[in-house]
Write a protein that binds this ligand. Structure first.
Ligand code: PLP
Length: 393
């Protein structure tokens, strides 16, 4: 049975061209970019080229790109970096209830150090109200952090509007764009952001490498101290193969990103429409249109998402209940709860995230098997479901 991978939001397969680009940097071109001899120079040249590719994808300058170990480090570096750069005890950060754990846990950590944190709510479709950001800003506010698109429900936030508000107030603005870079157009100037997080393995690059965009003039303390790499903003010998792979992935995204987004939007809509037609008491989570091209997140009454996943897995279909980080835990998704879902519905949720190797037949297969799985599980459900359902709410 050919496996159908529908969890691209958790991680993407590395593109074969990316693997090819990386290979020499494990062997003949193994040098340290800081070394003077030619091995090192070769690595150095390619790191420079990769930096240019990454910068160009988001409309940044090369010197504004700091390579990191991934999205998590970029989020940590942005949030802690801005706060540590101000040595005022009374700093205040504004973020939202649907952020990735890398952002939320960084804020919680700072809160324990005495930093004030405001966590803004979202509406029922997972969208932040820019007016709430405006109202939350105080003279102590040093940073606003709002993600570009949510990894669980796919809602795309009004970042440009929030960017204008932050700029007017003279507050640094960070966005976690791990789910959007390479998939939808991202321009740091149009979005009005000062800091932006990226991760290679969400755009067909390798795991363990990412970047933080830092707008020129943004005050930021480094998270990692040591040698002077990355213009003193992130010490440590560069992950040369990873950086080269990230560069190649961004190069490919320039060509393939837009047509892929269009293709995936159609597949996404087919899957959403098909599931709503075939399964009673089903609902789409997140915004119907301000949404990632590849994200489908649905809740089904009277079933457990984990059981659905296991049955889909037996059919060779890989999906998710939300974020990979919280699966395996019994806590319902903080994102779905923030959208106002009951614990029961939040537990009955599934995320399908599509990508480059998702074909129409994969969508057809899900539409073929999932309704039967839901019906069977509802028939056995202790949650009081009425098999066949009682119509849509
Ligand atoms: C995957 C993800 C991260 C973490 O990135 P890593 O490179 O896996 O550390 C952060 N934010 C969002 C929105 C993500 O989807």
């Amino acid at each position: 049975m050919k496996r159908k991978y529908l969890d691209y939001a958790a991680t993407t397969p590395t593109h074969p061209d990316v693997v090819t680009a990386m290979m020499p940097f494990f062997s003949e071109a193994f040098g340290n970019p800081s070394s003077i001899y030619s091995y090192g120079q070769e690595a150095r040249t390619e790191v420079i080229a990769a930096r240019a590719s990454v910068a160009s994808l988001i409309g940044a300058q090369e010197e504004e790109i700091v390579f990191t170990s991934g999205g998590t480090e970029a989020d940590n570096a942005a949030i802690k970096g801005v706060v540590f750069a101000r040595d005022r005890g009374s700093s205040h950060i504004i973020t939202t209830a649907i952020e990735h754990h890398a952002v939320l846990e960084s804020c919680t950590f700072l809160q324990r150090q005495g930093i004030k944190v405001t966590v803004l709510p979202v509406d029922g479709q997972g969208i932040v109200n820019p007016d709430d950001v405006r109202k939350a800003i105080t003279p102590d506010t040093v940073l606003v952090s709002v993600m570009h698109a949510n990894n669980e429900v796919g809602s795309i936030q009004p970042i440009a509007e929030i960017g204008r508000i932050a700029r007017e107030a003279g507050v640094s603005f960070h966005t976690d764009a791990v789910q959007t870079v390479g998939h939808v157009p991202v321009s740091v100037d149009e979005l009005g952001v000062d800091l932006l997080s990226m991760s290679a393995h969400k755009l067909y690059g390798p795991k363990g490498v990412g970047a933080l965009y830092v707008r020129r003039g943004t005050k930021l303390s480094p998270l990692i101290h040591g040698g002077g790499q990355e213009r003193n903003r992130r010490a440590g010998t560069e992950n040369v193969p990873g950086i080269v792979g990230f560069g190649k992935a961004t190069e490919l995204a320039v060509v393939e990103g837009a047509p892929e987004a269009e293709r995936l939007t159609q597949l996404r809509n087919t899957l959403i429409g098909g599931l709503l037609d075939r399964i009673s008491d089903a609902r789409l989570n997140g915004h119907p249109t301000s949404r990632l091209p590849n994200n489908v997140n649905m809740s089904f009454d009277f079933v457990e998402g984990e059981s659905l996943l296991l049955h889909l897995d037996m059919e060779g279909i890989c999906a998710s209940t939300g974020s990979a980080c919280s699966s395996g835990s019994l806590e319902p998704s903080h994102v779905l709860l923030a959208l106002g879902l009951s614990h029961q519905l939040a537990h009955g949720s599934l995320r399908f995230s599509l990508g480059k190797w998702t074909m129409h037949e994969d969508i057809d297969r899900v539409l073929e098997v999932l309704p039967g799985i839901v019906t069977r599980l509802r028939a056995m459900s202790p949650l009081g479901g009425t098999p066949g359902g009682s119509g849509n709410e």
